[in-house]
Design a binder for this molecule. Structure first.
Ligand SMILES: NC(=O)c1ccc[n+]([C@@H]2O[C@H](COP(=O)([O-])OP(=O)(O)OC[C@H]3O[C@@H](n4cnc5c(N)ncnc54)[C@H](O)[C@@H]3O)[C@@H](O)[C@H]2O)c1
Length: 250
């Protein structure tokens, strides 16, 4: 993807799940437009690989931190470290996510707590930090899913968390407005990352997705950068579907 714009010069962007397929694609696009980056992820590996990729793409500064987004204390510590090292995090992109596949009747309460912890409370923790510390002009972009409105068997906690994430996005938009902050969501369909292919329904052939219904991480990143940039100054509380029109089809 070629971009001639430098919409994020002098801005710092914090990306949760920054070492994942969609998170790293967003990071490289922000880097190419002049941003400094804080990548937050559970994974302990790929730190230097991601740092190099972002530097090569043009990032001014890159910080990679290990953090479990579902743990409030770890999030507070990570955000404090980012403020200390990069001076702030006015743009936050919540991409960290986790899917488990089981019949609804078999999901334990612990599994519900784990899935809601990563997919919903993670964004809650970062929203709180962002509302407290971001400067006017800041933006948040939450990565939801088409499962927020339509779903399949075996993913009930994930679908519930993504539906609640859209509601959280609206609340953050309303309460952030007085501080000059905007919050929006991107609603991806099937995107070609390891998370997509970990779906046992796809692996077994029980569910088939046609090639034209599969987008790339860069397709999502393009939407994220638009919602995060100042051109979207009048867009807040919105959800942008990036699914190749999958939900629009009869
Ligand atoms: N791939 C798709 O088809 C698709 C479709 C719709 C929505 N999404 C959403 O997009 C987002 C990114 O997914 P992806 O496809 O890039 O998947 P991915 O598995 O490549 O990336 C997810 C990242 O989140 C990190 N993560 C997981 N749990 C974490 C935790 N507790 N704390 C910190 N980091 C944690 C993982 O280590 C990983 O790097 C997710 O929120 C996902 O729900 C993906």
């Amino acid at each position: 993807m070629v971009s001639s714009a430098r919409r994020f010069e002098g801005r710092t962007v914090l990306i949760t799940g920054g070492l994942g397929g969609i998170g790293l694609a967003c990071a490289k696009r922000f880097a190419a437009e002049g941003a400094s980056l804080a990548l937050i992820d559970f994974r302990q590996d790929r730190h230097s690989e991601a740092t190099e990729a972002c530097r090569a793409a043009g990032a001014a500064h890159v910080v990679v931190l290990s953090c479990d987004v579902s743990d409030e204390g770890q999030v507070d510590a990570a955000c404090g470290a980012v403020r200390e090292r990069l001076g702030g995090h006015d743009i936050v992109v919540n991409t960290a996510g986790l899917m488990l596949f089981k019949p609804l009747e078999d999901f334990s309460s612990d599994e519900w707590r784990r899935l809601l912890g990563v997919n919903l409370l993670g964004p809650v923790h970062f929203t709180r930090e962002w509302l407290r510390h971001a400067a006017p002009g800041g933006a948040m972009v939450n990565i939801a899913s088409v499962h927020a409105s339509m779903t399949t068997p075996m993913v009930a906690p994930y679908a519930a968390a993504k539906a609640a994430l859209l509601s959280l996005t609206r609340s953050a938009a309303i309460e952030g407005a007085a501080k000059g902050l905007r919050a929006n969501a991107v609603v991806p369909g099937a995107i070609d990352t390891p998370m997509l292919w970990s779906n046992p329904n796809l692996q077994s052939g029980a569910e088939v997705i046609s090639a034209e219904d599969i987008g790339t991480p860069d397709d999502v990143a393009g939407a994220v950068l638009f919602l995060a940039c100042d051109e979207a100054r009048f867009v807040t509380g919105a959800s942008l579907e990036v699914s190749g029109g999958r939900l629009a089809r009869l």
